[in-house]
Design a protein around this ligand. Structure first.
Ligand code: ZN
Ligand code: ZN
Length: 230
């Protein structure tokens, strides 16, 4: 298959690599129909994330069609169309049972964030985000292995095009969490720093929750102009 791979700082290439295969009984193999480049991918691209190895496949925002399923997969069938959250969670550890999936204690065999120097267990594994976060091949590829497939993937209706649902993989929930954390409600005034995709989606979420005045802050005029018109 073809996949976007890392070869060192500022050097990524679309290479031919082996197709992924089922490794654990609760894996699926997904044929990727849409994937996005995240702002976070720029840290990887620029070589700023330790334990990113040559040949690593990037990509944590993707969706597609289930191509193959492991023997323990109960929620999905071949042919289902699903969006994959970027966090890989087991669904059964202490944090998963409290719906704190990003803090899953069991999926990441790496060390987690580089600021973690106190032996605190790392958060969940992430797709395509260095060996600090589990070394799981990402979805900027024709195919991807999705571990813990009874937990993360969710089916989406065929009536909605890929570009209407793809952002559920990361940036829309990120934006939603931001406005929830900020306690935006009817009549709120809100300032959003950064008019990129997450900022724009935050504005949309804030507006939906009844924000009255939204200030977009950015030093790129074209992004402010887009935000104004959107
Ligand atoms: Zn992302
Ligand atoms: Zn867990």
């Amino acid at each position: 298959m073809r996949a976007l791979t890392y070869h060192g700082a500022n050097d990524v290439r679309v290479d031919t690599v082996p197709d992924p295969i089922i490794k654990d009984p609760d894996d699926i193999i997904l044929r990727v129909t849409a994937t996005a480049i995240c702002g976070s991918d720029l840290h990887l691209y620029r070589g700023k994330i330790p334990e990113t190895e040559s040949g690593d496949i990037f990509g944590h925002e993707f969706m597609g069609i289930v191509e193959d399923i492991g023997t323990d997969v109960t929620n999905l069938q071949v042919g289902d169309r699903v969006v994959i959250p970027f966090v890989i969670a087991c669904g059964s550890c202490f944090f998963c049972q409290h719906d704190l999936f990003a803090a899953c204690e069991t999926t990441n065999t790496g060390r987690g964030s580089i600021i973690n120097k106190k032996g605190i267990p790392p958060g969940a594994a992430l797709f395509g985000y260095s060996h600090l976060y589990g070394g799981i091949p990402g979805g900027q590829a024709d195919y991807v292995r999705v571990p813990k497939a009874n937990v993360g993937p969710f089916k989406v209706p065929t009536a909605l095009a890929d570009d209407k649902v793809l952002f559920l993989s990361d940036i829309l929930p990120t934006a939603w969490q931001a406005v929830i954390n900020a306690e935006i409600g009817q009549g709120s005034s809100v300032a959003i720093y950064g008019a990129g995709p997450v900022g724009l989606l935050s504005a949309a979420c804030a507006r939906m929750l009844g924000a009255q005045t939204i200030f977009m802050v950015d030093d790129n005029d074209y992004r402010l102009a887009y935000a104004r018109d959107a």
